[in-house]
Design a protein around this ligand. Structure first.
Ligand code: TXA
Ligand code: MG
Length: 344
């Protein structure tokens, strides 16, 4: 199959993409977070094709993308007032809400759960495609299962050229990490995955927020978790990722003492001069954490090669957008961290 590359700015693109979605085909779509691998979320065969192409475990549910809360109401019931407040504050934008699913949502989409994850993306062309298609679009991150997410159309082609009918090219994703997922189906709202909406902002809007344990630590493969996706190894390049905590100087000393063939350093731009002999790759500026989220997945993809055996990574503090960056890096590292201050 030839994969069409449809520029978002081309006036014909929304119509072509919507027609493919209506026909049950897969179209990769840009969002402000990461690219999604989209299909008609109400069409079981189309949804099955997403799982097949992505190589996704069957027990990992998909997010339905909608244009607004009115459309969300068609697929969820018992929607609490908090969901309306969050939608008013953060939609369109990088927030996904888990709500009780109506029966019209195929259990293939929700992986058998009676809840469904819903979000309204910020990217205008994608909302236009959802609206023209007239169906909610189910879309996981477009990467092959287990790999770093796609933040450019080029990343999508790298994973899927010749395997899907079309990619809409909306340029690089503004946020660069996936949406924040909050579960609103139980008493206290629960953060299932940190993302583009900072947890502090979410907590301020809700008044209270529990953090799911899968966010902060490794989860046993057999464990029952609320967001099934959180238990899989994720975002991981082929080499082993080791997060090196501590001050700039301590981390540099620790890494220099161990750096060898097959090693790379993934650091902040401010730190490049410290690693001149260690093939450093900067993913953004520590002083501007939104550049770290925007650059993280591209950098992890660049380091995803059989030649790279080990990656010493520098991680921002768990606050603001840095919280999601630290979570993704920690997952890529299997939550392996070393404290340079303690180990020197
Ligand atoms: O930013 C994003 O959210 C991107 C773009 C494309 O919208 N999508 C995305 O989808 O990250 P995916 O499939 O890679 O991650 C969705 C996560 C998974 O961890 C999944 O387990 C969880 O959402 N999820 C989906 N439905 C759920 C549900 N009903 N209950 C709990 N977790 C759910
Ligand atoms: Mg994903």
């Amino acid at each position: 199959m030839k994969t069409l590359l449809l520029p978002a700015s081309d006036p014909g693109t929304p119509g072509i993409a919507a027609e493919l979605i209506r026909a049950g085909k897969l179209v990769a779509l840009p969002t402000e977070t990461v690219y999604g691998l989209g299909a008609d979320g109400l069409n079981e065969a189309a949804v099955a094709e997403i799982f097949r192409v992505k190589g996704r475990p069957q027990d990992n549910p998909l997010i339905l993308h909608v244009t607004d809360m009115a459309q969300a109401e068609r697929y969820c019931h018992s929607i609490p007032p908090a969901a309306y407040e969050l939608a008013a504050r953060f939609w369109p934008g990088p927030l996904t809400m888990v709500l009780p699913a109506r029966d019209c949502v195929p259990r293939r989409t929700t992986a058998g759960l009676d809840t469904v994850a819903i979000r309204c993306p910020e990217t205008a062309v994608t909302r236009q495609i959802i609206s023209l298609a007239g169906v909610p679009i189910a879309a996981p991150s477009a990467n092959l299962s287990g790999k770093p997410s796609c933040t450019t159309a080029g990343h999508v082609l790298h994973d899927h050229d010749g395997r899907i009918p079309a990619v809409v090219d909306g340029g690089p994703c503004r946020v660069g990490v996936e949406s924040t997922i909050v579960d609103l189906t139980e008493g206290t709202p629960r953060l299932l995955r940190p993302g583009g909406v900072a947890p502090e902002a979410l907590e301020a809007a809700l008044g209270r927020l529990q953090v799911d344990r899968a966010v902060l630590g490794a989860i046993d493969g057999d464990a029952v978790v609320k967001a099934p996706g959180m238990k899989y190894r994720h975002y991981a390049p082929q080499g082993k990722v080791v997060i090196v905590l501590g001050s700039r100087q301590a981390a540099a000393k620790y890494i220099h003492a161990r750096f060898g063939p097959g090693d790379r350093v993934l650091c902040f731009q401010e730190e490049l001069p410290l690693y001149r002999d260690c093939l450093p790759l900067a993913y953004g500026r520590e002083a501007e954490p939104e550049t770290l989220s925007a650059g993280l997945f591209s950098a992890l993809r660049e380091l995803d090669s059989p030649q790279v055996k080990r990656i010493f990574a520098r991680c921002p503090s768990w606050e603001g957008i840095g919280y999601a960056v630290a979570n993704r890096l920690s997952k890529a590292a299997g939550f392996v961290t070393v404290d340079a201050e303690a180990e020197i």
